[in-house]
Design a protein around this ligand. Structure first.
Ligand SMILES: [Zn+2]
Length: 450
């Protein structure tokens, strides 16, 4: 059965991933063997999970001490007799300007643009790029190297009365890295101590942001661990890749997220069981708003001064603050409605309905019958209807019954599709095993997010 599952996984996953899985599984034992027992006081571990089997990562290969390997020299550079003259493209430069600076003539510009197989490339010079010249004793241009970026360059080689061209394209190599930390004060501080870039910390927060409020829920002793990608070129880190798998423990609750790529969906995160990390609804329709009045079925109405159920949550915000639809759906009503004033009602599938009241105005295109996406602005905060001041009154209905929007359990967004599920579960198991195997100091019991 294992063979069958692997074969299916091979079909469903990009080759790159499989290569990683293989390389990393092979390395796991080596790494475990070379890793010293972590000191009890250690707060973090960062291990470079290199794809180069011949060069197994050592504990010294932490983010801060990662030493770039020497870039392999190009064939041209290998010949010692060449003396390259280098010119950097400046704003407003033309090929003629640069050739002149290099001590070449207008004839040389003419020759290279008329007697080469690709003169077009040289007409797209951008400031900051580099041109390298190999000029002979008689001031003839032997070679020209146009370095477009760290990833691509073009070499023009003079042969007789023509220039042959050689294009070089390099690819970024993805390296897997593992990192973990225990939180003292904030996710940001812990992330920095663990050597994570600001972008990665933000990404980590957004992966778990549906379950954990990083402003309010974080406690000292919370922890995280993650496997992410780093993009390298010639042994040097160029940029971060994405998070492949991560675990966050918040007040003893364990959340695990595994990245899954399918078709146009580039990297969505799911629980190891295949549920989306995202929820079908945002918890709040306004960013960073203060709740001014809670859901309360026996409340004295501030305007009517009678006991009247407060069937929603009020968010205090200044007039004009954008209001977002909390889920994908269809506007079923956008207009005035008694005490609600200007109101938008969105239907989300059969079961769910949300209501946004006291609007100052509607967003462009927010009309009855229009489809809306989660997070799309549908209107602006106002005080229309029975309102003492500008605020949003938000209601949440499940099967026609009103619920407290702050505490109602929100359904997950779409799970892994049925035809990808088997391969995903296999992949998720592997990634979870890696998180456990690489953990330096934290060994939480693996648990599901549910
Ligand atoms: Zn209200």
């Amino acid at each position: 059965m294992v063979t069958t599952q692997l074969a299916q996984a091979a079909k469903a996953y990009p080759k790159k991933h499989l290569a990683w899985v293989t390389a990393v599984s092979g390395l796991m034992l080596i790494i475990l063997a070379v890793l010293p027992a972590p000191p009890a006081s250690a707060k973090r571990t960062t291990i470079l999970l290199s794809p180069e089997i011949n060069n197994p990562p050592s504990p010294q290969n932490t983010l801060s001490t990662l030493i770039p390997t020497k870039p392999p020299s190009s064939p041209a550079e290998a010949k010692p007799q060449i003396h390259w003259v280098e010119q950097t493209v400046k704003a407003g430069d033309t090929l003629s300007h640069i050739f002149k600076r290099a001590g070449l003539s207008a004839q040389d510009v003419y020759n290279i643009t008329h007697y080469s197989d690709d003169s077009k490339t040289l007409s797209h010079l951008k400031p900051g790029q580099t041109l390298r010249f190999d000029i002979g004793k008689d001031k003839q241009l032997n070679k020209l190297q146009y370095i477009e970026s760290r990833l691509s360059s073009t070499l023009y080689v003079q042969r007789g009365d023509r220039f042959d061209i050689e294009k070089t394209t390099k690819k970024l190599v993805a390296f897997q890295k593992y990192s973990e930390a225990i939180i003292d004060s904030s996710l940001f501080n812990a992330g920095q101590r663990a050597g994570l870039s600001q972008n990665l910390i933000m990404e980590l927060a957004s992966v778990f942001g549906w379950d954990v409020d990083f402003a309010l829920d974080i406690r000292k002793g919370d922890s995280f661990k993650l496997i992410y990608e780093e993009m390298h070129l010639d042994g040097e880190k160029i940029k971060d890749g994405g998070i492949l798998a991560a675990q966050f423990i918040n007040q003893g609750k364990v959340f695990t997220a595994i990245r899954h790529e399918s078709g146009k969906n580039k990297g969505d995160y799911f629980t190891p069981e295949g549920h989306s990390m995202r929820k079908a609804f945002l918890r709040s329709p306004i960013n960073f708003a203060r709740i001014s009045s809670h859901f309360n079925l026996r409340r004295k109405h501030p305007v009517l001064h009678t006991i009247r159920a407060h069937k929603g949550t009020d968010y205090a915000a200044s007039r004009g603050t954008p209001i977002k639809s909390t889920g994908d759906g269809k506007i079923v009503y956008a207009g005035r409605k008694g005490g609600y004033g200007r109101v938008v009602i969105v239907q989300h599938g059969q079961r769910y309905r949300t209501l946004y009241a006291h609007l100052n105005g509607y967003a462009k295109g927010a009309r009855s019958g229009k489809r809306v996406k989660q997070g799309q602005t549908i209107g602006y905060v106002g005080s229309s209807g029975l309102a003492t001041g500008p605020h949003l009154h938000y209601e949440f209905y499940v099967n026609g019954s009103v619920r407290n929007p702050v505490t109602v359990s929100l359904p997950h967004a779409k799970p892994i599709s049925a035809n990808e599920k088997e391969a995903f579960l296999l992949h998720a198991t592997t990634m979870q095993e890696q998180l456990v195997a690489y953990a330096g100091t934290i060994h939480p019991t693996l648990a599901s997010n549910n």
